[in-house]
Design a protein around this ligand. Structure first.
Ligand code: GLU
Length: 326
């Protein structure tokens, strides 16, 4: 009993100290450069959204926000590093559906717990996904595409932003639902995956729309289907997976800010408010919307809920379609 009360007192004292430390931290925060870590290679959507927000976020916080790419393992290398960083607000990371939901759902060996090892701060944007082929591929629309991949299982390959990413899982689901086989070629992010696909070294790519859209508009990639609630204004003739009867593949991606677990609430609120301020700027909104994305800007609780819900969705997908990393 006595031991228990000592424990409670110690815990309360520790909590009080943490709160005081947090408040003190928030008062002086930020007083040095902030690092925004991108867990994918340059040229991908995480990089695009991260770089759009870094400068106006820094302006709103009164400090410079520097972007650093830490690619590898479908975003797991960077996310692991972020989870182990000091929760002082000077190391922030871009959280994606891949690092927070898809990869943790399929890969039991991930060295972080997506629900407890991070402090969700804000979801910045939701982005559609796209399946697109190299112009040499013998199909220009979904009907022809499906006939071709079903006719020759194993003949074609697709590129993705990495093992266990949303791009990888959605394509595995697509293959599963259509009883066909397409070889997976993982990259360190969509940037390098796009380069090789546009060069014709891989037949097709499943990507987040922002990074793929410029190549589609330049006709260097042919769009086959979009994962979004409705068709995209920039590509009005491209059907959604939902229209094609493939509702499970019709999921969007998200890009938000997280910190290591234990970031004091005052600092979370400061970064959340500064990001919202940045997102109110019409020029920043336009840069995000021009990529085909939706600006979100929610609360830390809403973002945490969203991560949890999406993680549950991917766990169900992995179980029901019996997806594995082998
Ligand atoms: N596909 C990744 C995701 O949505 C991002 C890929 C990239 O930024 O290169 O999480």
């Amino acid at each position: 009993m006595q031991r228990r009360s000592i424990f409670i007192k110690t815990t309360l004292a520790a909590l009080a100290l943490a709160t005081i430390a947090g408040t003190a931290l928030a008062q002086g925060y930020p007083n040095k450069v902030i690092k925004l870590q991108i867990p994918f290679a340059p040229g991908g959507t995480t990089d695009i959204i991260g770089r759009v927000i870094a400068e106006p976020l820094g302006k709103a916080l009164g400090q410079t926000v520097v972007v650093e790419n830490r690619a590898g393992g479908g975003g797991v290398v960077g996310a692991t590093e972020l989870a182990r960083a000091t929760p002082d607000g000077y190391t922030l990371g871009m959280a994606t559906v891949s690092t927070t939901a898809a990869n943790p759902a399929i890969n039991a060996k991930i060295p972080y717990n997506t629900l407890t090892d991070f402090t969700p701060i804000i979801n910045i944007a939701a982005t559609p996904n796209i399946l697109a082929v190299h112009p040499s591929f013998p199909a220009k629309n979904f009907k022809e595409f499906l006939a071709e991949v079903k006719k020759s299982p194993g003949k074609y390959s697709f590129s993705s932003s990495g093992t266990g990413t949303i791009a990888h899982l959605q394509m595995e689901l697509f293959k599963n639902l259509n009883a066909t086989f397409i070889t997976h070629i993982p990259y360190r992010g969509s940037g390098p995956a796009l380069n090789d696909t546009v060069a014709g070294q891989v037949n097709m790519i499943f990507d987040n729309l922002p990074s793929a859209l410029p190549f589609v508009l330049q006709k260097r990639l042919v769009p086959i289907a979009i994962a979004a609630p409705q068709r995209i204004a920039a590509l009005p003739d491209v059907p959604t997976f939902k229209e094609l009867g493939l509702e499970p593949v019709n999921r969007m991606a998200y890009y938000g800010l997280t910190a290591p677990k234990g970031l004091p609430r005052d600092v979370v609120d400061k970064i959340n408010a500064a990001t919202k301020k940045a997102l109110e700027d019409p020029a920043v909104r336009k840069r995000i919307e021009d990529t085909g994305s939706l600006v979100i800007g929610n609360t830390p609780e809403q973002f945490a809920e969203q991560i949890k819900a999406e993680y549950e969705v991917y766990k169900k997908v992995v179980t029901s379609a019996k997806l594995t990393l082998e």
